[in-house]
Design a protein. Sequence first.
Length: 309
Amino acid sequence: MSVTDVEAPPRRAAKPVRKPPRKPRPAPGSKRFSPLRVLGSTIVWLFTAGNILVLYWLLTASFKTPVEIFTKPFDLPYQWFKVGKPFRNFIYAWNNAGFGEAVLTTVVLVGLATVVTVAVSAPCAYALTRLGVRGAGPMTNVVAIGMGVPFQTVIIPLFVVLSKVHLDNEYGLFVLYVALSIPFTVFLMTGFFRSLPDELEEAAALDGASPMRTFFSVMLPLTRGGMITALTLNAIGLWNETLLAIVFLKDQAHFTLSRALFTFYGAASYQSEYGGLIAGVAIVVLPMLVLYLVLARRIITGLTLGAGK
C-alpha cells in the first residue's frame, strides 16, 4: 500500500469573513442631528420671537391710552375702538411733533444721499476691481477700514470743521451722510463686480468700446441687484440715523423724522402722552420695516452674491 493510496483528510471550508454593516447614508435633504445646530436654531427662533413680540407691542400700544399701555401691555386696544377714535394717537403725534415737514425733509435728504452714494461708489468699486489700478488691493483695504471707524469718535471734529464753513445744517448733514456711507457701499459693490466674468470686458474691447462705455453699457446693468441692495440698506440706515441729526440740525423746520421724534419725546413725556409718543415711533419705524419686508429676498440674495465671490 503506497502513501498515495492513503486518503487525505477533508479540508474544512473557510468561513466567510463578515464585514461590519455599513451605516445607512442619510437621505438627500436630510440633516444629521447636531447639538450645535439645535442650539443655534433655538437662539435664532427666540430672537425672532422677541422681535415679533416687540413689534406687536409697538403696534397695539400706538392705539391705546396711557392707562392701557401700563395696565394691559399685551392686550388689544379695545378702549380706543369703543370711543371711536382709533387713530387719535397718530393724529396727535403728527400735529404736535411736526412730522409733516419732517417727512418731506427726510425723504429728500435720505433719497438724495442714497442715490449720490451709490453713484459715487459704483465707479470707484469698478476701478478698484476691474481696471487693474496699481495699489488697488491696499486701497480697497483702506476703504474697508473706514467701515470700522465709529463716527461717534469724530463727531466733534466734524462739527467744528463744518461750523467754520457754515455747513452745520441740513447741507452739511447731507455731505456727512454721503461720506459715511461710501466705505460700506464700495466694499459691497466690489463683490458684485468681482463676480462678473472677464469675457464681457474682452468682448466689449474687441467691439471698440472704451472702459467708460464698457462700465455704463455692459458692467453696470449687470450689477443692478447690487445697486438695489446698496440703495435699500443705505436708505434704511440713514432713515433711522439720529445722533448726527441732533448735532447738526437746529432749525425745527428742517428736522428729520428721528430728530423730530427726539424733540417730541420731551413734550410727550411731560404731558404723559405715551400713546402719542409710541405712535410717533411707529410712524418712524413702519416705512422702513415695510420696505425691508418687500425687498428682503432681493437684499439677502444680493448680500450673498456679493460676499461669495
